[in-house]
Write a protein that binds this ligand. Structure first.
Ligand code: ATP
Ligand code: MG
Length: 418
């Protein structure tokens, strides 16, 4: 787990702001969700035979002996919340959330045990149009972040549950013939989750898979039409993508569309966003059949990408830095600061706390990013004046009557902004 020092936290916030703004323009609304859910929810929706449920969850008993889990992903909790709030039946919802997710994984570059995601979940829209909307919206987000040339869209269709069932049978039938040559995980998955064998990193298993039946040949007509419709819109909108038949996504709840946005710039942890359609999810929770589609993007990896292009959010914490010299002036500075804040609530004003020689305080003022330093010494206090110094322009320091400070400040900052 990592601490987000202010530079990093601000970078995350910048990315969140860009994403939030874009989502807002598409009509998406934020939903707030708990970070703890009943363990059962993930076992049921994510699936017992997935990496997440098998080995990545932070699960423990609470004081009443109920098994709870720090959420490893947001889709299950969002579905639970939306169903519970009566938001899914016969309705259309476009929702997003952000926050920490927890997975007990091997920590490495781009992979943490607590990481941040922004997720989107849509309910009530069965057609390919909303799948397109998500992909076009993401494409716009990458542009807004300036990383569009560094990510590529990989797209696949995994068909209906029935089609996948038939494919699974064919796959298992084929792989049984090589059972003892498969890696241990894959042998186990033959009975638990055969689709996951396609994900195997084992070379021998991959070699065996070369001649295995292909999911593409088993896709149902509706899924093929759905997929073709998405591709047609992406082509017209000039959003580049590649069809990657190897993308199956680890989780049980997907059907039809699945996609990942990947990058070569981060080494092995190259997936920055993943998602797809999950039309059976709400029903699995006991609701009426409700189509759903969504994605989650990983902020930690996006932040690393944004860093590589050097776009840093503004680091300045202050517009104005208020220095003071001597005990009496220090008290006066607090009062002056409050009166300035009362008149200009949006102004970012940092007050120097404690002692400090003139030069030392000026250095702090400079480091804060402020454009003006206000200076209060015993003399200024006695005369009812404030020293006024431009930090980014070569102008002499002036003394102004305390009552004129706000007016002069705003004029000076406004003039500099233009
Ligand atoms: P990966 O292939 O990296 O294991 P995943 O398929 O498990 O990813 P998802 O469950 O689809 O990931 O989560 C969506 C996004 O969240 C990922 O694309 C990634 O950017 C991010 N993510 C997932 N796990 C982690 C992690 N442990 N640390 C940081 N980011 C993560
Ligand atoms: Mg993973």
């Amino acid at each position: 787990m990592q601490d987000l020092v202010p530079d990093r936290r601000e970078l995350f916030r910048y990315i969140e702001d860009v994403v939030r703004e874009t989502l807002g323009t598409y009509g998406y609304r934020e939903i707030g969700l708990p970070v703890i859910e009943s363990t059962h929810l993930f076992q049921r929706l994510v699936g017992e035979a997935t990496d997440i449920v098998e080995k990545e969850m932070y699960t423990f008993d609470d004081r009443s002996g109920d098994s709870i889990t720090l959420r490893p992903e947001g889709t299950a909790g969002c579905a639970r919340a939306a169903l519970g709030a009566g938001m899914v039946f016969n309705q259309v919802q476009r929702l997003w959330y952000s926050g920490p997710m927890f997975r007990y994984e091997r920590p490495q570059k781009g992979r943490y045990r607590q990481f941040e995601q922004i997720g989107v979940e849509c309910y009530g829209m069965p057609g390919p149009d909303v799948d397109c909307e998500l992909l076009l919206m993401l494409s716009r987000v990458w542009k807004a972040l300036g990383i569009d040339s560094m990510v590529k869209l990989e797209l696949n269709s995994i068909g209906s549950t029935e089609a996948r069932g038939q494919f699974k049978d064919a796959l298992v039938g084929y792989l049984r013939g090589f059972e003892r040559e498969l890696d241990a995980d894959s042998q186990r998955r033959l009975t638990t989750n055969p689709m996951r064998i396609l994900d195997s990193k084992d070379e021998r298993t991959q070699a065996i898979l070369v001649d295995a039946p292909s999911l593409e040949d088993y896709l149902d007509d509706a899924s093929v039409a759905h997929f073709d419709a998405i591709r047609a819109v992406l082509d017209r909108a000039q959003v580049p993508y590649i069809v990657n038949r190897g993308i199956v996504r680890g989780l049980d709840y997907y059907n039809k569309t699945v996609f990942e946005w990947t990058t070569d710039a981060l080494g092995a942890q190259g997936t920055v966003c993943g998602g797809g359609r999950y039309d059976g999810l709400i029903e699995e929770l006991g609701g009426r059949p409700t189509p759903g589609v969504g994605f989650a993007m990983g902020l930690d990896r996006l932040a690393m990408l944004v860093e590589t292009i050097g776009t840093q959010p503004e680091q300045a914490v202050a517009d104005v830095y208020l220095e003071s010299f001597g005990a009496a002036a220090r008290g006066e500075a607090m009062i002056l600061a409050e009166s300035i804040r009362g008149r200009e609530p949006a102004l970012r004003l940092v007050v120097h706390c404690g002692d400090g020689k003139f030069k030392a305080q000026l250095k702090k003022a400079d480091a804060s990013g402020a454009r003006v330093a206000l200076i209060l010494g015993e003399d200024e206090v006695a005369r009812g004046e404030v020293g006024f110094k431009h930090l980014r322009r070569d102008l002499p320091q002036e003394s102004v009557p305390a009552g004129d400070v706000v007016g002069k400040l705003m004029a000076a900052l406004g003039a500099e902004a233009n």
